[in-house]
Design a protein around this ligand. Structure first.
Ligand code: TRP
Length: 467
């Protein structure tokens, strides 16, 4: 009996708050700080942001609740959970494929995520060592470009980040996460606030930045941008690949799924918007292009830190927190797969982690080369570099597809009474949530898929332009 009890507690988070911390740690990462500002810039600003926010509310929150509930009900690694849940609901065990799709997606995302996190390691060290002092924004920009041009340097940082990820995973998510995230999140918010205040008071372009982010010009909006906004909603909330499902499996029965999911969604969105509001005024102040691409975060913030008193320290600390935020996200990309391997085969956690990390590391070299050796047209896939292709495939296709299947499973396939008990919310709220999963979210995802991948390219092919 005592043994059973011990086994049970080992499987759940030790504290009620830990799920929120773990899920927030997963959600908040490069997606908020690096990707959101850069793709907002590329996609023209306000209209993109509005679609992203709508997707967060209409698709993201219900699916976040669904994933958590499936995870907690299943209580295994996602691949096994999905299969078990399918059996319980009397449908094909092929639903386990959702777990497989998630594992593949996590692998692909981590391969480029690690490379970008590596840039942040580079910037942490450069910041602390004072390399940027006295540099103009243009010089900081070319410093960034020369980092990208150097595959050896990128590979070094990529390797170090993969190593860190592997270490945390091998130790077990609980020990690695609980204390880290609790300190990191508030610190990250505080430093982001410092940059935001600097942007508001010293950049001289704060209103311009805000208006870029929040003024809605529907004529700027292509279906491609709508797809990117929806894809990013999945990416930033870590949805659609069973990461949240894996964490949900460790969630105590008593904790409220609705409340925790809402906290995570709000926190994640707040951080992304703060990052955007800090960055765009600096973009305009430095005469940069909003659509400058993946370097946006690094170049703008570095130029702000350089002119801030004590900026060398604050900047170093900021990039260090970016690395840590990336780390707490990265482990959630690995966890579902490693949990499955350990559950399924009789090999240890450490061995599974090492093998997995080596494979991701190798694949990540494709992203490393995308910025130098393979940046030319001859190495492109569908008009994209390797990195762009992997990013597009995961964020815009496999994550929304996984999310769609999870919503359909939770809304249509699972027994109503089971999921009702799991969510444990008032009946009205439950019915609303269920309608979102059954109808609203699937229709949104399918419509956006249809127009962006079928209708729009078809029109272009036929020479009919117009949106
Ligand atoms: N959400 C993280 C970010 O914004 C990235 C991430 C971690 C992720 N785990 C995920 C994305 C699972 C999709 C699925 O940086």
């Amino acid at each position: 009996m005592a043994e059973q009890q011990a086994a049970l507690t080992a499987q759940t988070w030790t504290h009620r708050w830990t799920f929120v911390l773990a899920a927030a740690g997963s959600a908040i990462g490069l997606g908020n700080l690096w990707k959101f500002p850069y793709i907002t810039g590329v996609n023209g600003g306000g209209a993109f942001v509005l679609v992203y926010l709508i997707c967060i509310a209409v698709i993201g929150l219900p699916i976040m609740m669904a994933e958590t509930a499936l995870g907690r009900h299943g209580r295994h690694s996602p691949i096994v959970s999905m299969r078990e849940l399918a059996r319980e609901s009397g449908v094909s065990k092929w639903w386990g494929a959702v777990g497989w799709l998630g594992a593949l997606t996590g692998f692909l995302i981590l391969s480029f995520y690690s490379v970008v996190a590596g840039w942040a390691i580079d910037y942490t060290l450069q910041m602390f060592s004072g390399t940027f002092q006295g540099m103009s924004a243009a010089e900081i920009g070319s410093n960034f470009d020369s980092m990208l041009a150097n595959p050896v340097q990128l590979t070094l940082w990529h390797s170090i980040f993969m190593l860190l990820t592997g270490l945390v995973i091998a130790r077990g998510v609980h020990k690695g996460l609980e204390s880290g995230v609790r300190v990191m999140m508030p610190a990250l918010m505080a430093l982001l606030l410092v940059v935001l205040i600097y942007s508001a008071t010293s950049s001289g372009h704060f209103m311009e930045g805000l208006s870029f982010l929040f003024s809605f010009h529907p004529e700027d909006l292509s279906w491609d941008a709508v797809l990117a906004a929806m894809g990013h909603a999945f990416f930033t909330l870590s949805l659609g690949m069973c990461a949240i499902m894996a964490y949900g499996a460790y969630m105590p029965k008593k904790a409220s799924i609705a409340r925790t999911a809402s906290s995570v969604v709000l926190l994640d969105t707040a951080i992304a918007l703060m990052a955007g509001m800090a960055i765009f005024p600096l973009v305009f102040a430095n005469g940069m292009e909003p659509g400058a691409g993946p370097g946006l975060l690094f170049v703008t913030l570095t130029s702000a830190f350089v002119s801030l008193p004590g900026g060398q320290m604050i900047g170093g600390l900021f990039f260090l927190l970016v690395v840590l935020a990336a780390l707490s996200s990265a482990i959630s990309l690995v966890e579902p797969t490693v949990a499955w391997v350990v559950e399924r085969f009789s090999i240890g956690r450490a061995a599974a982690t090492v093998a997995y990390c080596i494979l991701v590391w190798l694949f990540g070299l494709g992203t490393v080369f995308s910025f130098n050796e393979w940046s030319g047209e001859s190495a492109q896939l569908f008009g994209m570099t390797f990195f762009e292709f992997i990013d597009y495939l995961t964020a815009n296709i496999t994550l929304p597809l996984g999310g769609l299947l999870i919503a359909v499973f939770a809304g249509w396939t699972m027994k109503r009474s089971h999921i009702y008990k799991e969510l444990n919310i008032p009946l009205g709220a439950f019915n609303l949530w269920r309608a979102m999963c059954r109808v609203v979210a699937p229709i949104c995802v399918l419509t956006i898929f249809y127009f962006s991948t079928i209708e729009e390219p078809l029109m272009e092919l036929l020479g009919i332009t117009g949106k």
